[in-house]
Structures are given as C-alpha cells and as structure tokens.
Design a protein around this ligand. Sequence first.
Ligand code: NDP
Length: 486
Amino acid sequence: MKDVQPKGSHFIDGAYVEDTAGRVINCVYAATGEVVAKLHSATPAVIAQALDSAKRAQKEWAALPPVERGRVLRRVADILRERNEALSELETIDTGKPIQETLVADATSGADALEYYGGITASITGESVPLGGDFVYTIREPLGVCVGIGAWNYPTQIACWKSAPALACGNAMVFKPSEMTPLCALKLAEIYVEAGAPAGLFNVVNGYGDVGAALVTDSRVDKVSLTGSVPTGRKVYAAAAEGIRHVTMELGGKSPLIVFEDADIENAVSAAINANFYSTGQICSNGTRVFVHADIAEAFAARLVERTKTAVIGDPLDPETNIGPMVTDTQRAKVLEYIEIGKSEGAKLLLGGGIPAGFETGNYIEPTIFSGVTDDMRIAAEEIFGPVMAILTFTSEEEAITRANATEFGLAAGVFTNDIKRGHRVVAQLEAGTCWINQYNLTPVEAPFGGVKMSGVGRENARAALEHYSQIKSVYVALSDVESAF
Ligand code: NDP
C-alpha cells in the first residue's frame, strides 16, 4: 500500500498542523482493515487557530477583484484534473469505493464545481432598483466564515461542492471531514494554496462529531453547511439557530424510483443498478424504493437479478472491480441487520443478503435485492445506506405517486416512462428536491441539488447555491431633499 500518511492531521493557514493531544483517528483501508494513516482529532487550540486564520483570510480574499478570485478557483479545477489519477487513488483508499468510480466521479466532479463557480465569480452582483428619482442598489456580500461538515461517502466532492460557491461569494471556509475519511480534503486544502488562494482561506480540521459541534457554536462562524444524516442535521440545525447562523442541510433520503409499464426496461434496470449499488449503496439520493408496475414487475426483476449477478466484487484499487467494501465494519453490520429485518418482515430475498464468499476480510457485502416489499416494512421506510434494493409493485399512476410521497424524506425521485406527458405530470407531484425522468443519480454542477421535507434545507450547485453563501445589502440613495414633519 502506498504511503498516504499526511504531514499533519489538519491544514491551517497554508500549512499542515499537528497536535498529538487530540484523540487518535485511525484511517483504515476498507478492503483489508489495514491502518493506512493515523491522525489526531482537533483540540480546542487547533479549532481556534483554524477559525482565526479563516477570519483573517476572508477579509483579504473579499477585497480582491472578483475576476482574480475566479481565476484562483479555475486554477484549482485545472490542478484537480491534472492530478485526477492520484486523487482518485487516495479517494479509493480513504473510502473503499472502486477506482473505476472515483476516476470519473470525485475529483472530476469537484473540478466541475471549481470551474463553474470560478467562471461566475465576477458576475455575482447586486441590482439597481429605480424609484422614480431616488433609487436603491443592492450589494451581494459574503457571509464571512463558513463551516463545512462532510459525510464519508464523497469526501472530495463534498469539500468542493461546499467550498467552491462559498469562496466564489467571498467567504472563507473551515471544513471538517467525516473522521472515517479524513485524507482527501487535506489534499484539496494544499491545492487551494498552490493555486494562489490566501493562506487560511480553506482550512481543514479533522475530528470526531464533537469537533463539528464546537465549530457550529463558535461566535466566529457565520454559516454552517452540513452533509450528513437527519439525526445529526437536527442537532446541527438547532445548534446553529442559537447564534442565528445561516445553514444548508444536505441530509438523508429514501427516494422512490418509479418504473411505469411503458418504460424502456433495460434503461430502467440500469438506473436501478446505479441507484442502489454505485458506491456500494452509500449515496444519499439513492432510489432505494423501486416501484415497478405490476405488469412488468416479473420481467424487470428477472433482468435486474441476471445483470446484478455479473457485478465484479473485488479490491477497489483493481480497475475491474464494480463493487468494493463498505466504508466501515460498523456500517456493514448495520446493513446486515437491515437485511435480517427485511427477511423477518416477509420480503422475498431475490439476490445477495450476506458477505460474499472469499471476502471474509474487509467490509464486503453482496448487492442485495428484495421483492414483495410493502410500504410498512422497515426496509422500505428507513434509510439503510448500503446496497439493499426494495422492489414494490403498483397498478396505477395515482397510487405510485401517493406511495412515493408517503415518507418523511424528500431528497430525490426518478420516473421511467416513454409517455412524455406522464413523465412531467408525475414529477410535478413528487415531493422531492431533485427529480430525474428516464435517468437516475446524475448531479451535474449546473443543476441545483438538495432536498425537501426532512432531507434538507437549501441547495448546493448551480446559481442557487450562491443564495446560500451570500447576503444582500440594500442601499437607498436619495437625489431629492429630505421631507420631515417639523
Ligand atoms: P453523520 O450525520 O453521522 O455525520 C455527518 C458529519 O457530521 C460527520 O462529519 C460527523 O462527524 C459530523 N457530526 C456528527 N455529530 C455532529 C454534531 N453534533 N455537530 C456537528 N457535526 C457532527 O452522517 P454520515 O457521515 O454517517 O453520512 C451518512 C449520511 O449522510 C446519510 O444519512 C446520507 O444520506 C447523508 N448524506 C447526504 C447527502 C446529501 O447531499 N443530501 C450526501 C451524502 C450523504 P463524525 O463522522 O466524526 O461523527
């Protein structure tokens, strides 16, 4: 295994920082259980250093001409692309996701965000409002110091999706990765400095949940953007509210993928595979409730099982591998427990359901398909966050919509149909922030991404994210005399 030990556990003010007084974080390669790096959770002194330096850098950054700021972001995009191979390998070691995925979905998606926001930095402007003589102009100002807190599944992408719009708007960011995947964001911090960002503009502090909690309540912080589970979201949202801080919450889901009887079955099967087994099922927007019209349910399930059987399980660093291990053994244990729950609830196990033969080492788990699932089963109602697909059947459009919406979540939804009117009619009624017609899980930076209901607040990506990293100052300008009563 390549040496991935960073020069320090944190990256602050343009350099690696270490404080061994912090609790040890073991960084484990999920395929073998090997400890590949040892870091230390941030101490209060490290957190203070990160926030102070971000506060200083933010002032310097916001004072630069926007076109110069944009240029720095675009340079970051170029470096990310140049080093895609090395960064993808690190992402694979950090998360256990197959290299065939990380090469196309992580640093590259991060680079898209940096390029997109670098390109629009200079056009983030206010407006002029005529009042018939007097007028108002508005200035779109940065919020100040933003805290980003990430989940483990897309450590590079999450850090880029949060930092690119934040920095484009003139903010600084302190980012805390999940302690399960602490390596990738440190590389991004190095690259920001190399691309010309002021030291301190993007700091990374590694640590457990308590480090995130300390950041969220600090008076130097103006905004918190979290990607994580609903229970953590609740805590972070409440803590941020104490200081009336801005928030973005990208939380969990249990999204529906509805396949109508007129759908192209082969495409719908491909989408169901991507929506459940990509990244070994560890994706927030996954379409884990696959509603299939009763007329085609048997054919759909047969083809799905046939194709899923061909998936190559293996070492994620092997380019042939389609399915790698889960991020941790704890996460896998949780998924295995849900599989047992599914069986005891009476769902029919069509495929998988256990640890694949020959993969007793590492956090491997088989891609698993249940059919005959009903809405009241826990495997249909709760987010599993692993490779477990539930197939449910329906007979009418209205029924599919009602049942798809019968959840506390609202992150994403997909519809497969060849009837163009039906496609639009159905998505118009689905309670989800991100919908696909005849596609699933594509999240280009040009499209806003985020959830409704318990799945979140705010949007990432596209111009929509700028609204969440800036605030408007209104300036009234009088050209006339001031009237007063006396
Ligand atoms: P968690 O909610 O467990 O953790 C998310 C982050 O919050 C971690 O960095 C965690 O640190 C930190 N954290 C935990 N407690 C606190 C606290 N009290 N205050 C501040 N920060 C805290 O999520 P997971 O890492 O388990 O990720 C999986 C979840 O993320 C799933 O629900 C998934 O759906 C969701 N997700 C949502 C996405 C979206 O865009 N909507 C995208 C990807 C994932 P630590 O890890 O050290 O505990």
